[in-house]
Design a protein around this ligand. Sequence first.
Ligand code: FAD
Length: 395
Amino acid sequence: MDPRRFDVVIVGARCAGAATGMLLARAGLRVLVVDRSRYGTDALSTHALMRTAVLQLHRWGLLEGLRAAGTPPVRKTTFHYGDEVLSIPIKPRDGVDALYAPRRTLLDTILVDAARDAGAEVRHGVRVEGLLRLPAGRVCGVLIRDRSGGCREVRADLVIGADGCESGVSRMVGAQTTLEARHTSALVYGYWEGLPAEGYHWHYRYGVSSGMIPTNDGLTCAFTAVRPHRFAQEVQDDMRAAHRRLLLEAAPEFSSAISTARLIGGCRSFAGRLGFLRRAQGPGWALVGDAGYFKDPLTAHGISDALRDAELLARATLGGSDRAMARYEDARDALSRPLFEVTDAIASFDWDLASIRTRHRELSRAMTHEAQALLALGPGLSPPDIVSEHPASAA
Ligand SMILES: Cc1cc2nc3c(=O)[nH]c(=O)nc-3n(C[C@H](O)[C@H](O)[C@H](O)COP(=O)(O)OP(=O)(O)OC[C@H]3O[C@@H](n4cnc5c(N)ncnc54)[C@H](O)[C@@H]3O)c2cc1C
């Protein structure tokens, strides 16, 4: 067998790419996953998982690894609308008895390890610099450069861009943008010792929002979000001080804890970026995760959707036909649009405490629909759940 020929090459080895690679390798395909970053590194992202993400990790047999690494269970979500408090317990259902917010260094590593265990070749420190095409234009592989500076061609039936919102694959295939957001939030986050860590806390006050997310090592990941122009004013001197100030403004009920809590390490920031939906597939290529669908982080839903779409795309790939790929795009779009629209409205900060509640009810309905759609797929990827027409998986 030609060592430079794969059924699928995936660009990007984080939640979208590693999960897709794992599923395809489990189904027997020859998969190469490459990432220019190093194994086990962090990402610019908070990491609150919603029910569908936990559902996926449970279905894939990976939840135990998160628990074993000491990721604390989140058994309730508390919304703070000004001074009003609404606490909602996480109902045990479909194998999900709690939510989790693992550090990306843990979550992405678990997914990469699972992809390797399934037989995928995963290579870090490898950058995709170009695409190979057949004379008619169909994508048929990638040009990669490794750390030594060496360049080589790798051929594949399908190239998947899981390379994040600045996706080079989407640019090289000319994936059309089909929907654009109008609003973006800007946010700062950091890791705190001594903040209340009982479940997720989401805070909303006029023009400011924050979240407290219990995570590994006894720390709480807290973020504060505002409109971008205010962000630019707030963070110009001292980002840590700005983060603490905004946290006190968004969550004054925790002021004594915030005053005594310790911010561990530096803060990271996201200055804003408009969301988008791009075409998800074309001849010889597909996009998954942020590469094809990015929305504002304020609803903390990107990882959940990446894991959702990893499964939709893996099933379509195993389907082995253009129709199956078109169905992937349709399913992704149908599930994503309601989440996208409500996220855009929330990111606008153009709400009052009554209307943000209405938005949250819309968000909750969209998430319920999303979970039902995933459950309707049934467990496992291999026949009889789907009848695979892909020659490699039939072998
Ligand atoms: C500030 C912030 C907070 C967030 N908070 C949350 C949250 O709480 N919950 C949540 O669910 N989501 C959150 N998100 C969204 C979440 O981070 C993304 O949706 C998620 O990371 C998407 O995963 P991905 O695998 O598609 O892309 P990424 O995580 O961006 O990974 C893409 C990978 O592709 C690699 N790559 C790129 N180009 C190349 C190339 N040419 N060759 C090789 N490799 C390449 C990169 O090195 C990278 O590792 C947040 C996002 C931001 C910005």
